[in-house]
Design a protein around this ligand. Structure first.
Ligand code: NAP
Length: 667
């Protein structure tokens, strides 16, 4: 069957209440004593910012409570580094401002004007980093949604037929769908799973949760103020994504249980044909003008080809294919790997199993995060529900802290000769992280030896540490095995020292085939070119979005757009989605049918990114990591600041893009 008709007759406009879905606040009626209690648990810089806005009172933001520019350190200072005295002052000011807001009936003073917003932004950033303000404003989303297209199709090309297919309804596909909906561009989303969420729908292993703060890891257009934790659990994120899909009207255009197996470009009419397959084996074809891939970078399980793997007599599965029906009670369990997934799984199951063996090849660097599992205190939660835009300012604050993040710590100095670090800053980070490790396992020299990474910090992803990993490895029934795995036998895992570790269940927390980007979809571009043959295991794209020879193919979370130590992948996906929608706007305005980057522009971009990655710890260290492909090229990650990607993705790069063909439809 070939389908070209829209899948939904629901209007391509924002649903009522959609954009401001999470901006409903409760009236503030409590007395000053209650307010003081709540404020004692608040993050103060963002609270003062929110109160200055709702009371239109920049006088609140006095020098004494202005947060200092955060020092470069492995941990972020609480309360923006305000002294105890400054915090006390800030709390007094906040309680007074809250009381004034309450006494005025909990009604903000008018719409926030640009001058007041700018003053508040300067307060939080101490006037530094002016170049970051556009990005920060986008993430704050006040007074409006800055990521929304400034055009609508019915205004610029009302009679031109144009349909977009999005592959995947995870975080990036949903961002693209919403932006296309805002622009009024017809689209259809194919999702192989039964629900939205992508990685957050698939990864249900015990302990699965965020390792990026949640106020920053959420959509700029759907800022939810009532997260129960800073680093929420899988279910809460999945619930949020389901709620966004419903509340923002995305569901009518999503075809669930539908996997795209092939995307083929037709040179003759410059259209794409997608082949899809549903669970019952039905195959369909769909003709569209443009394809947006939103399949994520980390979705193909890497299951190591260990000799004897399939001879194992017990159960085994990959971390991302966790079987929730398995009762762990009394089982002897092996967890292979010590990356971010294993790091969350092992502490969560240790109490339930009879024995746990954790197989480590390279120790992870652990980033001190004392509050990693903590709930947001009740006082702060209450304030987030009662003070308009407190959550937004808190998000702004988190983006400011992450704007550069720990990038300076992971610089690679070409003159640096040690191989346990890559620069003076990196050596300093190493020192701080080792201190953190020693504080936890200094009493166990055997563990200290095994848990000390031999490679520079930042060469691989660091894990968030609140002490539970070391506490787990110290348990009497838990072993950290560092001898290499030789084979899997029917009884368990045999290591290079000849030991057979007998187990009932093996969990392969061995990561993903990130560099097999877009597999197993067959993608055929101009002149019959196969995308995977073209890349040959070395995925490349201009801005991580467009590829030479593949007109109107737009990728989200594409090559070189993963972030390592600054910000979140969700931010990068939103930027790429907005860029894609602006590219489509350019086609509609110019009545051109397709666009693709010139080979020169794509190569120059990749060379620039390569040079950037070579100045980062992950670019020069030789330790294994999903950031690099089989050629050793860091094809997965972005080496520069968030601001740099934001700046480059605001509008189509017309110097790089070649537009051709004519769109149908009268002007
Ligand atoms: P990963 O970081 O790639 O870690 C895989 C682990 O398996 C590593 O310890 C690796 O050892 C080990 N391994 C791989 N092949 C092996 C083999 N043949 N024998 C023994 N060990 C082997 O994978 P992941 O933990 O699933 O995490 C992947 C990424 O997903 C993360 O970097 C992060 O971006 C994301 N993630 C995020 C969260 C979150 O909290 N938001 C949670 C989970 C994952 P080596 O170190 O020696 O290669």
């Amino acid at each position: 069957m070939t389908s070209t008709s829209p899948i939904s007759t629901s209007p391509l406009t924002e649903p009522a209440g959609g954009a401001r879905r999470y901006d409903e606040f409760l009236p503030l009626e409590e007395d000053d004593v209650f307010l003081a209690d709540a404020v004692s648990e608040a993050e103060l810089p963002a609270l003062l910012a929110a109160l200055a806005l709702v009371n239109a009172d920049p006088g609140l933001l006095v020098d004494e409570v202005t947060p200092p520019i955060p020092p470069m350190d492995s941990t972020i200072a609480p309360q923006g580094g305000l002294s105890a005295e400054a915090q006390q002052h800030a709390r007094r000011l906040a309680v007074g401002a809250l009381a004034r807001f309450r006494d005025r009936g909990s009604v903000p003073v008018g719409e926030p004007g640009p001058e007041l917003l700018a003053t508040i932004m300067r307060f939080l950033t101490k006037g530094a980093g002016e170049e970051y303000l556009p990005l920060l404003r986008h993430e704050l989303g006040l007074p409006h949604d800055y990521g929304a297209p400034t055009w609508r199709k019915d205004a610029i090309a009302p009679t031109v037929p144009f349909t977009v297919a999005i592959i995947g309804a995870g975080i990036s596909g949903m961002a693209a769908a919403y932006r296309l909906q805002q622009a009024g561009v017809e689209h259809i989303v194919f999702e192989k799973n039964a629900e939205v969420g992508g990685t957050w729908w698939e990864n249900i292993y015990p302990g699965c949760r965020l390792d990026t703060p949640n106020f920053a890891y959420s959509y700029s257009f759907a800022q939810k103020p009532d997260w129960p934790q800073q680093f929420s659990r899988q279910q809460q994120i999945e619930d949020y994504l389901c709620d966004v899909a419903t509340g923002f009207g995305l569901r009518p255009r999503i075809r669930f249980g539908t996997e795209v197996t092939e995307a083929r470009y037709d040179d003759h009419d410059q259209m794409w044909t997608l082949t899809t397959r549903t669970g019952d084996g039905t195959s369909s074809r769909h003709r569209v003008n443009a394809v947006v891939t939103a399949v994520g970078q980390l979705n193909l399980p890497n299951i190591p080809d260990i000799p004897g793997r399939d001879s194992f007599g017990g159960r085994w599965f990959h971390s991302s294919r966790w079987d929730p029906t398995v009762d762990l009670t009394g089982l002897r369990v092996a967890v292979v790997g010590t990356g971010a997934s294993a790091y969350q799984i092992a502490p969560s199951i240790a109490d339930h199993v009879a024995h746990l063996s954790v197989f480590q090849r390279n120790a992870p660097w652990m980033l001190p995060t004392p509050g990693y599992h903590r709930d947001i205190p009740p006082g702060m939660q209450w304030l987030l529900r009662h003070v308009p835009y407190y959550g937004r300012w808190y998000r702004f604050w988190q983006f400011w802290l992450a704007a550069e993040g720990r990038l300076p710590f992971v610089e690679a100095d070409p003159e640096w000769t040690r191989d346990d670090s890559t620069s003076a800053n990196n050596a300093e980070l190493r020192r701080q992280l080792l201190e953190h490790l020693r504080a936890q396992v200094g009493d166990r020299p055997d563990l200290l030896e095994k848990m000390t990474p031999r490679y520079p910090p930042g060469a691989k992803r660091m894990t968030r540490d609140n002490g539970v990993w070391a506490a787990t490895l110290k348990m009497p029934h838990v072993d950290l095995v560092t001898d290499g795995i030789d084979a899997v036998t029917p009884e368990g895992i045999r290591t290079s020292d000849g030991t057979l570790h007998e187990v009932d269940l093996i969990v392969y927390a061995t990561g993903f085939r990130a560099s097999d980007y877009l597999e197993p979809i067959v993608v055929t571009g101009r002149e019959g070119q196969d995308l995977h043959e073209f890349w040959n295991g070395d995925a490349r794209a201009h801005l991580g979005v467009t590829v030479t020879g593949f007109p109107n193919l737009f990728m989200l979370m594409g090559p070189n757009t993963g972030v390592v130590v600054n910000g979140s992948s969700l931010f990068m996906a939103e930027c790429a989605a907005e860029y894609t929608v602006e590219c489509i706007g350019e086609l509609l305005r110019s009545r051109k049918k397709v666009m693709e980057p010139s080979r020169q522009a794509m190569d120059e971009f990749c060379a620039e990114v390569d040079r950037g990655n070579e100045r980062r710890a992950w670019g020069v260290a030789t330790v294994s990591t999903w950031y690099r492909n089989r050629y050793g090229r860091a094809s997965q990650v972005w080496p520069f600041s968030l601001q740099e990607y934001y700046r480059r993705t605001r509008e189509p790069d017309l110097a790089a893009l070649r537009l051709s063909g004519e769109l149908e439809g009268a002007r």
